[in-house]
Design a binder for this molecule. Structure first.
Ligand code: OAD
Length: 261
């Protein structure tokens, strides 16, 4: 069968050689905190300053890193592939777009975007999001409880600084990032692309986090060929028709060269 429609899923492993730490590398800790303890609505509810610090540090780090050969190769494939193509990234960094990728979707959100929980607007964000120094929350709203009850989805975090560019509210901007327990973005579009895919390629992801970890099953079910490119076998490696193990910066350009002939 000829290949026309390609869906590519990327994870933290594709950005590792740019100098961004993966989630499950070595100790998987950030200053002693498990990632799961800062990447949840409950964590933000409990300690918003800590969560802002975590994402502010990651956003700042973006300014110090560059796309690597794997990002550049996927951007080349995007530019030159005549058929349908969609890059679905779990990464919140901006290295795919800085490499030039256009047919790209951030299913877990983006570090460079903010979301005002007061007016519900989303917008580009540069610099720190943490409330300005000395500002402590004077009211500790229960974000998660409110969301569960489906009332006002989030209350406001009342602090100084952190001002929404849309409504001017102070202290109501959170990272526009999908946390554990929240629904990833654009699932309908992803599912539709997987249904049409002739080839599904998973690059640099451990296969530990759903729903992304299940994309290979959806693609297979629809008859797509499946390829895993990773440093080591992922948790779902046995679901793939073909597996290639090594560094993304070597294997991805090789695979792209094969695809473009
Ligand atoms: P992980 O840290 O779980 O997995 C990264 C994978 O990349 C591992 O399997 C590594 O072996 C592999 N890897 C590391 N260096 C590599 C290299 N140079 N070349 C190729 N592969 C390499 O990251 P993700 O699978 O992306 O979610 O994590 C999935 C989600 O879990 C993230 O999007 C994030 C996290 O919690 C949210 O924040 C919602």
């Amino acid at each position: 069968m000829g290949i026309s429609n390609i869906v590519i899923l990327t994870g933290a492993g594709i950005s590792a050689e740019s100098g961004l730490q993966t989630f499950r590398a070595a100790d998987g800790l950030w200053e002693g905190h498990r990632v799961e303890d800062v990447a949840t609505p409950e964590a933000f509810d409990r300690n918003p300053v800590l969560v802002h610090q975590f994402y502010d540090a990651r956003r700042e780090r973006l300014g110090e890193v560059e796309p690597n050969a794997a990002h550049l190769a996927l951007a080349r494939l995007d530019a030159e592939w005549p058929g349908e193509l969609l890059i679905v990234t779990q990464n919140v960094d901006d290295l795919h777009e800085r490499a030039g990728a256009k047919r790209l979707l951030h299913m877990h959100g983006e570090l460079n975007r903010g979301w005002c929980v007061s007016c519900d607007e989303r917008f580009g964000w540069a610099g720190a999001m943490k409330p300005s120094s000395g500002a402590e929350p004077v009211e500790a709203p229960s974000f998660s409880d409110a969301a569960k009850k489906q009332e006002q989805p989030f209350d406001k975090l009342r602090t100084n600084g952190n001002i929404c560019p849309a409504c001017g509210e102070t202290g109501s901007v959170r990272p526009d990032i999908v946390w554990f327990g929240e629904m990833p973005y654009e699932m309908e579009r992803i599912e539709a692309a997987l249904m049409e895919a002739d080839l599904f390629v998973s690059i640099g992801t451990s296969g530990a986090v759903y729903p992304a970890a299940g994309f290979v099953q959806t693609a297979r079910y629809r008859g797509a060929r499946t390829l895993e490119i990773n440093l080591e076998p992922s948790q779902g490696s046995l679901s793939f028709d073909e597996r290639r193990y090594g560094r993304a910066s070597e294997l991805v350009p090789q695979w792209v060269a094969e695809m473009l002939g």
